[in-house]
Design a protein around this ligand. Structure first.
Ligand code: FPP
Length: 240
């Protein structure tokens, strides 16, 4: 398909799966796969921006990932630290806004501080929007949202009649970010894995066997081609 014929999604969400299996196949430790995976992230952000995608949300660490071996968790946390620095420089160069979603209060204080500065210093940027999910789980996000709503209810800031989809959405970590149009999961698993369950209500899903460390611009274009060919109806009657 000619690139000009592509229907470009505004927001693409990604489950970057398969780092461990990719590394194992090469006879390397799982952490090798994560390092390569982190490099791929920046390339894909550039490609996405170049193709006209406005928002990308990547699943870097789930609330369930703490149960992985200690060394793997430590390596991932170190990678996040390194990556957030790279991200900061990239954001400054390219007018990119970066937000972290998830329960960041459980992260190391130095990571929390980096996140605060990165979000604060890129708040006014109007280019590409990158959201990184760290210690993120949809159920956890919804429970945190619910608790804040209950506090606001108790304090008289909202009433029962105020509670609609827009109101609930405004309590989620993704407040002000449009819902994903297209969700991509690499490496063959066909699950949502507690990822943006509210926000994915009407998203198109694209699954590929390609492991994340091998994901590239051509793979992204393939996903957008599949998206372009879909008939998106949002529950409406099909137009003939
Ligand atoms: C899933 O692969 C991947 C993760 C749990 C972590 C994703 C992290 C990265 C891509 C690198 C770091 C990201 C940033 C933003 C710096 P897996 O380990 O479950 O692979 P497997 O299914 O083959 O075991």
């Amino acid at each position: 398909m000619d690139l000009s014929q592509l229907k470009i999604p505004t927001h693409v969400s990604v489950i970057m799966d398969g780092n461990g299996r990719w590394a194992k196949k090469k006879g390397k430790p799982r952490t090798f796969g994560h390092k390569r995976g982190a490099e791929v992230v920046m390339d894909i952000c550039r490609d996405a921006d170049d193709l006209g995608i406005r928002y990308m949300t990547i699943y870097a660490f789930s609330t369930e990932n703490w149960s992985r071996p200690d060394l793997e968790v430590k390596t991932l946390m170190l990678l996040f630290g390194k990556y957030l620095k790279i991200c900061y420089d990239e954001a400054m160069k390219n007018n990119m806004r970066v937000r972290i979603i998830g329960n960041t209060s459980a992260l190391a204080p130095d990571l929390q501080e980096m996140i605060r500065v990165l979000e604060e210093d890129t708040r006014m940027f109007t280019g590409f929007n990158l959201q990184i999910a760290i210690n993120y789980g949809s159920r956890d996000e919804m429970l945190r949202a619910m608790k804040r709503m209950m506090r606001d209810y108790k304090d008289g800031k909202i009433s029962e009649d105020d509670v609609d989809e827009a109101c609930f959405g405004s309590y989620l970590d993704t407040a002000d970010i449009p819902d994903p149009d297209l969700m991509i999961r690499t490496s063959g698993e066909l699950r949502l894995s507690n990822y943006l369950m509210w926000q994915h209500a009407y998203s198109e899903f694209y699954f590929t066997d390609t492991p994340w460390p091998e994901f590239n611009r051509a793979e992204l274009v393939k996903a957008i081609e599949a998206y372009t060919a879909r008939d998106r109806r949002y529950g409406k009657v099909k137009e003939l």
